[in-house]
Ligand binder design. Sequence first.
Ligand code: SF4
Ligand code: SF4
Ligand code: SF4
Length: 584
Amino acid sequence: MSENEMVTLKIDDKEVKVKKGTTILQAAKQVGIDIPTLCFLKDINEVGDCRMCIVEVEGRKGFATSCIQKAEDGMVVHTHSPAIMESRRVILDLILSNHHRDCLTCSRNGNCELQALAMKFNVQHVEFEGEMTEHKIDDKSPAIVRDFNKCILCRRCVATCKNVQQIGAIDCIKRGFESCISTAGDNSLADVNCTFCGQCIEACPTGALKEKENIKDVWRNLKDPEIYTVVQTAPAVRVALGEEFGLPIGTNVVGKLVSSLKSLGFDRVFDTNTGADLTIMEEANEFVERFQKQEGLPMITSCCPGWVRFAEKNYPDLLDHLSTCKSPHQMFGAMIKSYFAKKYNIDPKKICTISVMPCVAKKFECQREEMEVDGIRDVDYVITTRELSRMIKQANIEFTDLSDDVFDEPMGEATGAGAIFGTTGGVMEAALRTAADVIEGKDLDKFEYKAVRGGSGRKEATIEIAGKKIKAVVVSGLNNARTVMEEIKAGKADYQFVEVMACPGGCIMGGGQPIESSKVRREVDIRELRADALYTIDEKSVIRKAHKSPVMKQMYAEFLQKPDGEIAHKYLHTKYSPVKKYDI
Ligand code: SF4
Ligand code: SF4
Ligand code: SF4
């Protein structure tokens, strides 16, 4: 880089040389100076609205907003002068004056950016007490609760929904004291184009957005001696739950996770990775059939309910392209209430199945009318990674002190292919491992498809199997999904296999995962750390292809007979509807 592309400035007496175009906020970070932010969300909401990140620039009137003000050659910047500190305190005071301050009973107590700033700036009482706007709580959707009495109008949710997901289900309406975040026609999220991806929850710095809790339902069933409780836990949960207990991002806590679930009193603890293996068996065979007949291509994955809801609402004419496979936890729920119940002579009506998921859309999915067999629901409740952490804390379990335990038989041992389902590209890679062996009719040594790995929102790969080329595309984030769907609709796409995940990065970045602050999000690649942990699980797995799993062999031999067959279809497949009947 040439010298004239660089600028040199002084921040709090520290000299810093940065690339032209760098903001003061970024430049300060380079020399270890932390400027507080509130509305700022890296690459998503960089608008300088809240003015928490103000700094003084010598020789200029007023304060500059460091998240948008570019560093200039010769600038002398002060980030923590008494005047700035006082202004930040006043800004916080004003925000708090129109905020329901029931911190002790808020789900974000202890993990709220507003609370942390109030503490940091020693706001011990609110000076600007006065009239407060009162908002009705929107809890109609099965997945998300909105309490705008705790909203600080930072618009991080709006930017995420509009710019990242390109859904635009929410926006800022009205002006001045009346301003608020709302939907078209001020309807509930349940009644608009929201997909329940939950990315807005992850973006929110306060308790204004949260998942619809099912903790009480789970406790009630755990305490009922008549009920047999079976819990399953998704691949992405094990590489994120530790964050709720202070462990580094990307720590694999699977042993402690199983231990904690057993300590909570679940009768059986199963691994959704085994459900993912089952999905691979079905989806890979469905793909092979479509590919060999050259029908229904491209086949598009269907394991993400946020994506399915998006497709049903936006691409009703393309629903035949979606695989008919249920998602892994729904498949597994159906197997628990049929195969497992029969094998252990338990009345399926007495079984309560609970899924611990990184996802809030799965709360909606488990309530869909199709997700049952012979009147028996596949999954009764979905709780998020965050809800599980709350249950562990309620039960006074010292998570980090727990010793490791293993999943229960008979559906305990999953493959590495099931593990990578939690990250973008993982479903495609896992399915290709099985599809390639099925088409070639042998156990191929080369089964890693690294072209579909990584954090990019769109990845393409052409794979040659038995002399035939399969062109695949992997997208995460609904903006990327929309682009690919438009190409398919226009007849411009020549793919045979498409993987879609609603959340950017896949389920490891799901709307039910631990919420990391804006500061952590701008300093650490959370997606990469969690994804690396999943790929390490895969690498260390003894079996890395779903169809090699002894558990799969046993389930098909004892119950399902054959992949994509009649019994498998009854329990493991579903259908989609272009109409709006799923609006709850
Ligand atoms: S859940 Fe997703 S689609 Fe719905 S408002 Fe939030 S970000 Fe938008
Ligand atoms: S709901 Fe949360 S993210 Fe959205 S504007 Fe309010 S405080 Fe910000
Ligand atoms: S990507 Fe995963 S976490 Fe996100 S909506 Fe889809 S299934 Fe849920």
